[in-house]
Design a protein around this ligand. Structure first.
Ligand code: S3P
Length: 176
């Protein structure tokens, strides 16, 4: 049985909220890839983009993905661009089930503020392009779920899809 689930999908698809709910249901730990990058560099994602540029960020993202590959009984939320890079995608998939939280563009634009903490969300036109460009990468995930429902409902759908034979013990106990 796979003991790591990696959530992929565009900014605003709910990877962190669904990931936390999913980890709680499974009795696993939750790890956010961006947080791991911030801890490793001592900088926020915005600061990394500002001071070092996107290419440097993608390098750190690959390094963080390699750290995730060592984890068991973890739900990992990957940043929106992680699965769009072939190398990072390959590392994220090692020993894990990749789940795409599919969401439509309007939902994403409504959920993600242009002036928030995401450097790539400031330019809405660029966001639309990235959204279209990345769909084919996300579709390489092992499982796809509709992410427009409430986080716990999405988490339960993921459990049903990933563990068709029944969830691991912790999730079964909660369901009872
Ligand atoms: C990015 C998404 C962000 C973060 C960075 C770049 C992207 O993560 O990794 O700002 O390229 O789509 P979220 O998807 O968690 O917002």
């Amino acid at each position: 049985m796979k003991e790591r689930i990696v959530l992929v999908g565009f900014m605003g698809s709910g990877k962190s909220t669904v990931g936390s709910a999913l980890a709680r249901l499974l009795g696993w730990r939750f790890q956010d890839l961006d947080e791991s990058i911030e801890e490793a560099t001592g900088l926020t994602i915005s600061e990394i983009f500002e001071r070092h540029g996107e290419a440097f960020f993608r390098g750190e993202e690959l390094r963080a993905a390699r750290r995730m590959a060592l984890l068991s009984q973890h739900v990992v939320a990957a940043g929106g661009g992680a699965f769009a890079s072939a190398r990072t995608r390959q590392v994220l998939r090692l020993g894990a089930v990749a789940v795409w939280l599919r969401c439509d563009l309007e939902t994403v634009l409504a959920r993600v503020p242009a002036r928030g903490s995401r450097p790539l969300a400031a330019n809405r036109e660029r966001m639309r392009e990235l959204f279209a460009e990345r769909q084919s990468s996300y579709s390489l995930a092992d499982v796809t779920v509709d992410a427009s429902a409430a986080p716990v409902a999405v988490a339960r759908r993921i459990i049903a899809a990933v563990f068709p034979e029944g969830p691991p013990r912790a999730a079964r106990d909660i369901d009872r």
